[in-house]
Design a protein around this ligand. Structure first.
Ligand SMILES: NCc1[nH]cc(CCC(=O)O)c1CC(=O)O
Length: 313
């Protein structure tokens, strides 16, 4: 390999930096002697942490600055949480690597109560995810959902300050940042179906940079890739992402893939579900099939209501 350096564009949040450092370490391990550096940047989404994401232009905000750095040749790769990566890439960029998935579940975090089931009537739960809210309120219509954004540390601090009886976060983020002991209980995917791509890290780079593609190869995780491919196909067909009340989760069963999808009214009480089993090689078609089934069941009206309030994602 050449002696060129790989520059990683990354947001400055603790989780983004952890993920960038993780990719740096994996690249250095796979290619001894390779030079890898971080190019930290502040995204517009990071500057507007107090507004609901859906109201300020969607999660694409976090990705745009990184993509501009790639296109301007100020960096070579961008490391993303797969659940935050929009479905379509700008001309000249694409996703060229998906790393092994961490725990994909949502985590229940509380200083007082052991699990969702033990929350007293009317408890205050912090989350700003419409996906989590829809599933929580369907199961527990008595709960009061309160807005909660900010990075993982901020969210934990708000819980510790007593603003909430419990909060819901992705287990993966907590584990990566060394807060695994804050996970009071992991919520089964049967009770809170994750967001597409949750727990997986992906790497975006220039389509034409075949030298980088080759260097990224050892970080590919085939099982994760096929699962996330099915989940993203579902999301894409529904025009969604993690700021809309869409959940989807794929697992492998030998040669087959089992994909579950869900669209829920954020106010609770109306959860539409669909699932399919089929060959792994049909991952994209299976994602579209589950999305179609959700649309047949009325997902369009729920999503229209959300998009209507927030504008397109
Ligand atoms: N939406 C923000 C976000 N993007 C990725 C993660 C966690 C890590 C992951 O899912 O890979 C989180 C935090 C959360 O949802 O609690």
């Amino acid at each position: 390999m050449s002696s060129r350096e790989i520059r990683i564009a990354t947001r400055k949040s603790a989780l983004a930096l952890w993920q960038a450092e993780y990719v740096k370490a994996r690249l250095e391990q796979a290619h001894p002697g390779l030079k890898v550096s971080l190019v930290p940047m502040v995204s517009r989404g990071d500057k507007l942490l107090d507004s609901p994401l859906s109201k300020i232009g969607g999660k694409g905000l976090f990705v745009k600055e990184l993509e501009t750095a790639l296109l301007d040749n100020e960096a070579d790769i961008a490391v993303h949480s797969m659940k935050d990566v929009p479905m379509d890439f700008p001309e000249g960029l694409g996703l060229f690597c998906i790393c092994e998935r961490e725990d994909p579940r949502d985590a229940f975090v509380s200083n007082t109560f052991a699990s969702l089931d033990e929350l007293p009537l009317g408890s205050i739960v912090g989350t700003s995810s419409l996906r989590r809210q829809a599933q929580l309120l369907t199961r527990r219509p008595d709960l009061q959902i309160r807005f909660l954004r900010g990075n993982v540390n901020t969210r934990l601090a708000k819980l510790d300050a007593g603003e909430y009886d419990a909060i819901i976060l992705a287990a993966a983020g907590l584990i990566r940042l060394g807060f695994e002991d804050r996970i009071t209980s992991a919520i089964s995917v049967d009770d809170s179906l994750p967001a597409g791509g949750q727990g997986a890290v992906g790497i975006e780079c220039r389509t034409a940079d075949s030298e980088i593609h080759a260097l990224l190869k050892p970080l590919d995780h085939a099982d994760t890739e096929v699962r996330v491919t099915a989940e993203r196909a579902l999301n894409k067909h529904l025009n969604g992402g993690c700021q809309v009340p869409i959940a989807c989760y794929a697992v492998l069963e030998g040669e087959n893939l089992w994909l579950r999808g869900l669209v829920g009214d954020p106010d609770g009480g109306n959860l539409l579900t669909a699932e399919v089993r089929g060959p792994q090689r049909d991952a994209t078609a299976l994602g579209i099939q589950v999305a179609e089934e959700l649309l047949e069941k009325g997902a369009g009206a729920i999503l229209q209501k959300v998009y209507g309030e927030a504008g397109p994602q």
